[in-house]
Design a protein around this ligand. Structure first.
Ligand code: HEM
Length: 529
């Protein structure tokens, strides 16, 4: 079997939490027969050593792109092959639902897009997709840069107050506040102001995220037992956090309905954002769909976007900094581009097009640290999988109700599709490669997605899946990529970044996204021009 060791970029330590163990234990007794598929026999003790997605990589090297992971009578199918991933996500997408993920998220997101059943999803996806049009994104770049500026000004102030030009900051926490402020303003025109202050709503958002994380990493779903919400203190707190957020969202929805104006509707119909005071998604949905739009569904949609768009983007920025800090030459290269394109100014929609290296840093960070590292599906009917890239046999029969993990982490670090897969090389996306002629896999080819600002799943024919693929692909992909590019460019414009300690001292844990267990502590040094 092939082992891939990083040479110039260190990997973080891993932690001993029960990563995603709940998913495994809750389903332990449901059984499953998957015929002749290669089998990784998981000992329960394997779940305690390190995050599950890292163990799945080791088993991928041993058993190939499609294998079953057997824990006692329960089997999971783990897919690390682009042809099979494409089949599940795109070609046969409606034969699967979100399985255990939907069970965990439903109490928080209701019938929002991520956990929604197929019928609800089809209606809501059609309603929400038009809201993310190009002019909305253009208007949001200003929100991204205004919020990032507040973070930079705060850091500069702290560094001046410290009497020197260097400060130590937990950038994971800073990016989390930044992403929360951005999502609040852009999705429902609410200023959390979390970069500079704390509030009950902010605390409730973090409390809810914390609980979602807990549920995805705890080994049995005790919260489904109704009295738990009164007896267990953390469940009581979760209910009260949910109420705080729901009350806040309900207030915003009522306000959006009451302030609906025909002139705004006309502007939106003409996609004229220039004089619109509130360009948020909520405004768009209420204005375009009218006040009869269902409050409950609207709230579920907003809550889904709040959760889906917050930690993910913060995590991308956190790991981008971790990778860059170990590669000072790449920081310099990025700063040369930033200075040439932006000078002292803020990024605009137009200048983003010229910040090519920063955009590639963002996608390369997503390749090495995909958020989330695993996509979860469950078969709605018996399925037959296609053959895979590395000679995986065609025709594996998968019974109805089988839980499937598509390991984005494995695909992104697969030695079969990437040169030096463990290395941080943003430039890799500029290389052109001919299809290597493997039946069913079109190979890696940036020219397949000509107008795209950022590399996507199409260029690598599903070997690169930072936002999933097929009909349930992330709806906020361009939003998140632009947001990350703006924030990173503005940070590097003003600061040099180093890690506070050795890279190995950063401890990796994972729930829905990959975190640094004790934060991403960095030294920020003001750049002298
Ligand atoms: C779905 C990643 C930011 C809203 C997804 C999926 C991935 C993903 C991988 C597919 C999940 C699956 O197939 O099971 C990311 C990453 C982000 C990000 C890495 C940041 C870098 C955002 C933002 C928003 C958003 C900013 C909204 C403002 C959604 C929604 C879905 C989704 C609503 C469900 C789509 C559907 O099922 O139709 N995201 N996302 N995401 N994302 Fe994102």
């Amino acid at each position: 079997s092939i082992r891939c060791q990083s040479t110039n970029t260190k990997e973080p330590k891993t932690s001993n939490i029960l990563d995603n163990a709940s998913n495994l234990f809750t389903n332990l007794l449901s059984g499953g027969s998957l015929g002749s598929m290669p089998t990784a026999e998981g000992a329960v003790s394997d779940l305690f050593g390190k995050p599950l997605f890292l163990s799945l990589y080791d088993w991928f090297m041993e058993h190939g792109g499609v294998y079953k992971l057997a824990f006692g009578p329960k089997a999971f199918v783990v897919i690390s092959d682009p042809i099979v991933a494409r089949h599940v996500l795109r070609e046969n997408a409606f034969s699967y639902d979100k399985g255990v993920l939907a069970e965990i998220l439903e109490p928080i997101m209701g019938k929002g897009l991520i956990p929604a059943d197929l019928d609800t999803w089809k209606l809501r996806r059609r309603a929400i997709t038009p809201a993310f049009h190009a002019l909305y994104l253009e208007a949001m770049v200003k929100v991204f840069s205004d919020c990032s500026e507040k973070m930079i000004l705060k850091s500069e102030k702290l560094s001046r107050e410290s009497g020197g030009d260097t400060i130590e900051l937990d950038l994971e926490a800073e990016f989390s506040s930044l992403a929360l402020d951005i999502i609040g303003l852009s999705v429902f025109n609410y200023d959390f102001g979390s970069v500079t202050k704390e509030s009950p709503v902010i605390k409730a958002v973090y409390g809810t995220l914390f609980e979602a994380e807990h549920r995805s990493t705890f080994y049995f779903p005790y919260w489904n037992f109704p009295p738990a919400r009164w007896i267990v203190p953390r469940q009581r707190k979760f209910q009260s956090d949910l109420k705080i957020i729901n009350d806040c969202l309900d207030g915003l929805i009522q306000n959006a309905k009451e302030t609906r104006q025909e002139t705004d509707v006309e502007k939106l119909q003409q996609r004229d954002y220039s004089n619109l005071k509130d360009a948020s998604l909520l405004r768009f949905l209420v204005d375009m769909r009218g006040v009869d739009i269902d409050d409950r569904q609207l709230r579920d949609d907003l809550m889904t976007m709040l959760i889906a768009g917050h930690e993910t983007t913060a995590a991308v920025l956190t790991w981008a900094v971790y990778l860059l800090a170990q590669n000072p030459a790449k920081i310099k290269k990025a700063q040369t581009e930033i200075d040439a394109v932006l000078g002292e100014g803020a990024p605009t929609y137009e200048s983003l097009k010229k910040l090519e290296y920063i955009r590639l840093i963002v996608v390369e960070s997503l390749r090495l640290y995909p958020q989330p590292p695993l996509l979860i599906r469950r078969t709605l009917k018996p399925e037959t999988l296609p053959g895979g890239y590395k000679g995986e046999k065609e025709g594996h029969k998968v019974p109805k109700g089988t839980d499937i993990f598509i390991s984005v982490y494995n695909l992104h670090r697969s030695p079969y599709f990437w040169d030096n897969p463990q290395e941080f090389e943003p430039e890799r996306f500029l290389r052109t490669k001919e299809s290597n002629g493997i039946e069913g896999w079109a190979g890696f080819d940036p020219s397949r997605s000509p107008g795209a600002l950022y590399p996507n799943e199409i260029i690598a024919d599903f070997a690169f899946l930072p936002f999933g693929g097929g009909p349930r692909k992330c709806i906020g992909d361009q939003f998140a990529l632009m947001e990350s590019t703006v924030a990173l460019a503005m940070l590097l414009q003003k600061f040099d970044v180093e890690l506070r300690g050795p890279p190995e001292s950063v401890e990796l844990v994972s729930g829905a996204t990959i975190h640094a267990k004790n934060g991403m502590w960095c030294k920020l040094k003001r750049r002298s021009k």
